[in-house]
Design a protein. Structure first.
Length: 495
């Protein structure tokens, strides 16, 4: 009893909220399914999330492109002042503590370029140094490296720039396709919420009609009861039908309020407007063949690009681990001109050559099989990715086959549902007349009414399945079979 009371209170509260939500003077607007999908794809939070995700991918790809271009850097220390007593080695080899009061300044300007073919970095630089000695024997001296050409490379066995050249464009193309797929997902979510509201709206209309019809039949039955043509039992049953219809109408009002709130919030609409929805347009069917759908998916689907990217990343990991387990070479080479002078003009007199070359290596001698273990693990991961890709490809083909088969059966299902709705509505109208004439019982009338409600609901459910399949096939193939073209959405690209 307490549970029923609590439930009734909750329903009453929601009903009051619904009444407050739709005041008598509120503006009312009607939208259809196409308008709702368009609104969701332009202003919903799901759209903004999809757009921000794509923009993040844009800037990631932009960063990769910039990394392949020359970069100019300026570094400096102006000044590095020191006044202290330090240990100095004299010309005769003896050490002595000497007081120093000086400042060191340095500026380095470099132009750097990553080399994709080798994986190293080439730089062209200019360096200027100055030492200021303070005190009784103050002096100023300069050193300069006006031209310095250097090349450095950490390892000869693995070139990350080559792998980035393969993966980054593919990753950005995947982001493009993911955005299109996200837009189709937004369409699917809109369909679900739109039809939830449509079914709630329709159910309330049916319940309101049932209430009016039950009340009319009750009034007629009261007159016939006075004449003795209707029994007490039927009269009470009609009264019970009115009460049940009133209760159902209250619940339907709550359901309608919640369904409308869900759609309004998802589409980011004005909550002060009483949004009503109109019936979707008649379903238009077009041919979708499995071979063509499968081919479109292989050419357009984001899943196929994911397969390629996952395989490339696994192959990259194998290459990196294999190179790390071999002899590692590091190269640093520098060639340039240098000079020292007490003033700036003399820095460029009698420049001397400057060369540096460093080749280092490292190799495992005893690692207890760690290198072999890491390599085999990377190879096992690659094999795992390949088998996962094969499985996902099979699942993708099965999903496409299922959705295409459902699409081919849908026209017949929709025709049956439409005809069933029309027949059930006509039959209910006839049963009402027969009941008034006393040809059928109240139970027969209730059965006809329930059949009408089920048929109307079933029709809208099939119509919902039509639009779900419509967008699902588009999402799987990123192709519009109705307009015969690939799906495209305007994106502000930063390529």
């Amino acid at each position: 009893m307490k549970t029923m009371t609590c439930t009734c209170r909750k329903m009453l509260l929601l009903l009051l909220m619904a009444s407050a939500y739709v005041p008598l003077t509120v503006a009312q607007r009607s939208i259809n399914l196409q308008e709702a999908v368009l609104m969701a794809q332009r202003q919903s939070l799901s759209y903004k999330i999809a757009l921000n995700s794509h923009q993040s991918s844009q800037w990631t790809y932009r960063s990769y492109q910039i990394s392949r271009k020359p970069a100019l850097y300026l570094e400096g220390t102006v000044p590095n002042y020191s006044r202290s007593i330090n240990k100095i080695t004299l010309s005769n080899g003896e050490d002595s503590f000497v007081g120093q009061n000086q400042a060191y300044s340095s500026v380095y300007l470099s132009l750097q370029q990553n080399i994709t073919a080798t994986g190293g970095m080439l730089s062209l630089g200019y360096r200027l140094n100055r030492i200021d000695v303070f005190g009784t024997n103050s002096s100023v001296s300069y050193s300069s490296v006006p031209v310095s050409l250097a090349y450095t490379q950490n390892t000869l066995g693995y070139n990350q720039y080559k792998w980035l050249k393969k993966t980054e464009p593919l990753r950005f193309e995947l982001a493009d396709r993911k955005f299109v797929s996200d837009m189709e997902d937004i369409g699917l979510s809109t369909i679900d919420k739109f039809f939830n509201l449509l079914l709630a709206q329709t159910q309330k209309e049916l319940t309101a009609k049932n209430l009016a019809s039950s009340d009319t039949l009750l009034q007629i039955a009261k007159e016939r009861f006075k004449l003795g043509t209707v029994g007490q039992s039927e009269l009470l049953q009609l009264r019970l039908n009115v009460l049940e219809a009133q209760k159902a109408l209250t619940q339907d009002s709550v359901n309608l309020f919640l369904a409308r709130q869900e759609l309004v919030r998802y589409l980011n609409l004005d909550p002060e407007v009483n949004w009503m929805i109109s019936l979707p347009e008649e379903a238009s069917f077009f041919m979708v063949g499995f071979p063509e759908a499968l081919e479109r998916a292989k050419n357009n689907s984001q899943e196929v690009l994911k397969f390629r990217l996952n395989r490339l990343e696994a192959e990259q990991h194998v290459a990196e681990v294999t190179a790390a387990n071999k002899v590692q070479f590091r190269i640093a080479a520098n060639f340039g001109l240098s000079n020292t002078a007490p003033n700036l003009p003399k820095l460029f007199d009698r420049m001397e050559n400057q060369q540096n070359l460093s080749i280092g290596f490292s190799m495992p001698i005893l690692d207890w099989g760690n290198a072999s273990t890491r390599r085999r693990r990377a190879e096992a991961d690659l094999s795992l990715v390949e088998h996962q890709i094969e499985q996902e490809q099979v699942e993708l083909e099965q999903e496409i086959a299922l959705q295409v088969s459902r699409w081919s059966l849908l026209p017949q299902q929709l025709d049956v549902a439409r005809e069933s709705r029309e027949i059930s509505e006509e039959n209910y109208a006839l049963e009402q007349q027969r009941f008034l004439r006393g040809s059928i019982t109240l139970n027969d009338l209730n059965i006809a009414r329930a059949n009408r409600e089920r048929a109307v609901t079933a029709y809208y459910e099939v119509l919902k399945v039509y639009w779900q399949l419509y967008f699902t096939i588009r999402k799987l193939t990123l192709y519009d079979f109705e307009k015969k073209g690939e799906l495209k959405y305007v994106i502000n690209k930063s390529r």
